[in-house]
Design a protein around this ligand. Structure first.
Ligand SMILES: NC(=O)C1=CN([C@@H]2O[C@H](COP(=O)(O)OP(=O)(O)OC[C@H]3O[C@@H](n4cnc5c(N)ncnc54)[C@H](O)[C@@H]3O)[C@@H](O)[C@H]2O)C=CC1
Ligand SMILES: CCCCCC(=O)CC\C=C/C=C/C=C/[C@@H](O)[C@@H](O)CCCC(=O)O
Length: 264
């Protein structure tokens, strides 16, 4: 899908990966609604984006992805201003093993909430224009990260939800592609103060730091470039794209043959 003239919504867009997603969308000609719970953090980046791409190309909307009401209001405003929604990047996320219910509510339920509300605007079966939904998962959505079981569960959930929605959309004719991005460690605030974020698993902080050292970190622009590939390539649906220092790789998952009741 060519991005020129399209409208995108990015959650968690005030900083980190979300901000980079907004930037690459704008660079490729899309209009972007930046949603975030943290209005103050969005102020400067928004000004910079407005200066660079034009104030008419961006809008900031304060939105907590834990609230279906706030998501619906933000999407409604986006449609009023930009005329529709073609792209949703469900990116907002936290790492907080102490508040594990909040971690699931933001990282997994936030993706599901955002997707279901977006369907009301995007689904071709209900008058929408179709489009693409990108869900920000993690490498921890493919293989478990020992120090953060709840975060891992949330990201496994995001990958599973994305693959199931891709199949549902294809079978039903929503006209929407669904893909997940699965980065390794990325240089953002989320990987600072790791022991505090790990809560009862803080004893495993050293093992996690060692993993960061071994794997290295990637830049937010690497993640945005991988997401761009999934946005523009119309053949990609139900993919989980692993993004590491060595490059991006499409994950292969085991398939199951129900007639033989065994893996293929
Ligand atoms: N940094 C990393 O190493 C990796 C991050 N990810 C994922 O990428 C996504 C973005 O993370 P980063 O940019 O690294 O984190 P970050 O902490 O730099 O940015 C997260 C953004 O989400 C916003 N946010 C948090 N809770 C929210 C809520 N309830 N509603 C709306 N916005 C909310 C924050 O205000 C912030 O602007 C997350 O889903 C994270 O799990 C995935 C793999 C690796
Ligand atoms: C402090 C954690 C930040 C989490 C932010 C992320 O989403 C980054 C995830 C990055 C890497 C995940 C790696 C998972 C690897 C496992 O599947 C396994 O291959 C490694 C097992 C060893 C271990 O868990 O230490």
């Amino acid at each position: 899908m060519a991005l020129v003239g399209k409208t995108a919504v990015v959650t968690g867009a005030a900083m980190g990966i979300g901000r980079a997603l907004a930037e690459i969308l704008l660079e490729n000609g899309a209009k972007v609604a930046l949603l975030d719970i943290n209005e103050a953090a969005a102020e400067r980046p928004l000004q910079a984006l407005e200066q660079h791409f034009g104030a008419e190309k961006t809008i900031f909307l304060k939105c907590d992805v834990e609230s279906e009401e706030q998501i619906r209001a933000a999407f409604k405003k986006t449609v009023e201003i930009f005329g529709g929604i073609d792209i949703l990047c469900n990116n907002a996320g936290v790492l907080n093993e102490t508040s594990w219910e909040k971690t699931i509510s933001i990282n997994l339920m936030g993706v599901i909430r955002g997707t279901y509300v977006a369907l009301e605007q995007m689904n071709q079966l209900s008058g929408g224009r179709g489009g693409v939904i990108i869900n920000m998962a993690s490498m921890a959505g493919i293989g478990p990260l020992l120090s953060c079981p709840s975060y891992t569960a949330s990201k496994f959930g995001v990958v599973g939800f994305t693959r199931a929605m891709a199949a549902a959309s294809e079978a039903s004719g929503y006209g929407i592609r669904f893909n997940a991005v699965c980065p390794g460690f990325v240089q953002t605030d989320l990987i600072t103060n790791i022991p505090v974020r790990l809560g009862q698993f803080s004893n495993l902080a050293a093992a996690t730091h060692k993993l960061v050292d071994v794997m290295g970190t990637i830049a937010v622009s690497d993640v945005a470039a991988a997401a761009l590939e999934l946005l523009i390539d119309d053949t990609k649906n139900g993919e989980a794209l692993l993004v590491l220092q060595s490059g991006a790789t499409y994950m292969q998952f085991p398939t199951f043959n129900p007639t033989q009741n065994k893996p293929l």
